[in-house]
Structures are given as C-alpha cells and as structure tokens.
Design a protein around this ligand. Structure first.
Ligand code: SAM
Length: 245
C-alpha cells in the first residue's frame, strides 16, 4: 500500500518509522511519503492561509498550494488514489471504514489546520480521474488542532489490517468492534496480584467454558459501556444483555 501525507507539519509523521509500521516500510509492505504543503507556495512568506470569505474568526487554508500539492502527489492516470481528509464534519471513523480503506492501493491524506481547507480543493479533487473517492473522516465528536494526529490514527487502524502486517493475524479476529462487540477483559500472569484474582474460569483449561465466559463478558461490557452498538431487539435469544451496574 502507498501512503502520502500532505501537511504543514511533516515532523508529526516521524512515528511512522517506529514499531510495526516502521517494519512494514522496511519490508516493502508499505511505501510512505510525507510532503510539506509549503513546498507548493509561491510567495516569500510561504503563506498557506487567508481570512475566510463571509467573515468570522480564524483562517482558512488557501486552495492554490493544495491544488499544486495534489497535482504533484496524486498518481498518474490510469492509476487512482483515495483522498482521505480528516475533519470533524466527516463521516465517523469506524472499524468498517478502516477495513474499506485497507482494501485500497493508495491513500493520500490531506491534513488541514486552522479552520480547515477551502472547500473547492475537495470539490475539485472529487472531479479528478486520479481520485477514486474523497473520504472526509471524523475521528470523533471533538476538535483537534490539525489533521495530522487524525491521519496517524486512521493510518494505524488501516495498516494493521493489511495481510502480513501483524505477526499473528489471528489476534485481529477477536478484537473490539470486529464482531460488533467490545472485547472481553484480558489477564496475564501472575494469577493473583495485589489482592486481585484472575477469574477462575480462565485457569480451568476448559476452552468451551472460557469461550462462553468471554462472550458473556463482551456482551455485558458492550451493554454497559456502549449500548448503542447492540441491536435494539437484543433481548435474549442470541444476545443476553446483563443490566448496567
Ligand atoms: N473549523 C473546523 C470545524 O469546526 O469543523 C475545525 C478545524 S480544526 C481546528 C483543524 C483541523 O483539525 C481540521 O481541518 C481537521 O483536519 C483536524 N481535525 C480536528 N478535529 C478533528 C476530528 N474530530 N477528526 C478529524 N480531524 C479533525
């Protein structure tokens, strides 16, 4: 998978050379390039923002440098890339969207700052033959200073789904949100720590009972913390909801 980031803070992306992502770059599974938007400015001050039409507080990212940056970073047709634009007004980022993006060959992240990017940059990108889709993505219902942290979070959720990225792919299967539930609580050695015991069923060696306990815990935790994830009619057949405590 090819990943490009356009930003006014390239240093934010240093973590991509660490940990599993770094290994994936070294092994050729990922190809990563980070681009300083100011490379495509034409004035002495390398200006990327201006006051908003219509008035109001803050500054808006100007279209010219963004247009030139995308001209340079998008692939040559007939190749196509997906333009990912982090924004609090985008569609919520979910495991399903991560899986969708993991199936694409080339993602270009446009990292906004200030009050965001002039809308015409996205509208124009959506008309380009080299862009298969413009995906505006929100990390959650809160406001960050810029798109860089959001782009990193989206990247991490996406690339760990690529075949060959995780050392043990089976660890992906039971994770939160993969089956629509939050994950059950997990424990490791020692079995007793500061007066807190590992639930005895996990020491029983009975894999059937352990699987049943884990599913029950996942359901209980999801019902208590994230009831919005459960189907509205989940009242007892396949789903056993334990009331919130
Ligand atoms: N004026 C914008 C609004 O109210 O929607 C907020 C701009 S924010 C200060 C600057 C940049 O941070 C955005 O352009 C976006 O790239 C990023 N950002 C902030 N919150 C985000 C979120 N929840 N999800 C994804 N990106 C976010």
């Amino acid at each position: 998978m090819r990943l490009d980031y356009v930003t006014i803070f390239p240093d934010f992306f240093a973590p991509l050379s660490l940990s599993l992502a770094g290994k994936a770059v070294d092994s050729g599974l990922l190809s990563v390039a980070v681009h300083d938007l100011r490379t495509w400015t034409t004035d002495r001050h390398r200006t990327v923002d201006d006051t908003p039409y219509g008035g109001g507080a803050g500054m808006v990212m100007k279209p010219e440098a963004w247009g030139a940056a995308l001209d340079a970073v998008l692939p040559a047709p007939p190749a196509r890339a997906t333009l990912v634009v982090p924004t609090p007004s985008g569609r919520p980022f979910t495991q399903a969207l991560a899986r969708d993006l993991a199936g694409r060959e080339h993602l270009v992240f446009a990292c906004g700052r200030y009050e965001g990017i002039d809308q015409r940059v996205l509208d124009h990108a959506a008309t380009r033959a080299e862009v298969d889709e413009v995906v505006e993505v929100s990390l959650g219902d809160y406001v960050l200073n810029g798109g860089e942290v959001a782009a990193l979070a989206i990247t991490e959720a996406v690339v760990r789904l690529l075949p060959g990225f995780m050392g043990n792919a089976s660890s992906l299967v039971e994770e939160s949100h993969e089956d629509g539930l939050l994950e059950y609580p997990v424990y490791t050695k020692p079995s007793s720590w500061r007066g807190h015991e590992v639930p005895p069923v996990l020491l029983s060696g009975d894999h059937g009972r352990i699987a049943a306990w884990r599913r029950e815990q996942a359901l209980e935790r999801t019902a208590r913390r994230r009831p919005d994830l459960l189907p509205p009619t989940a009242t007892g057949t396949d789903w056993t909801i334990v009331p919130a405590t």
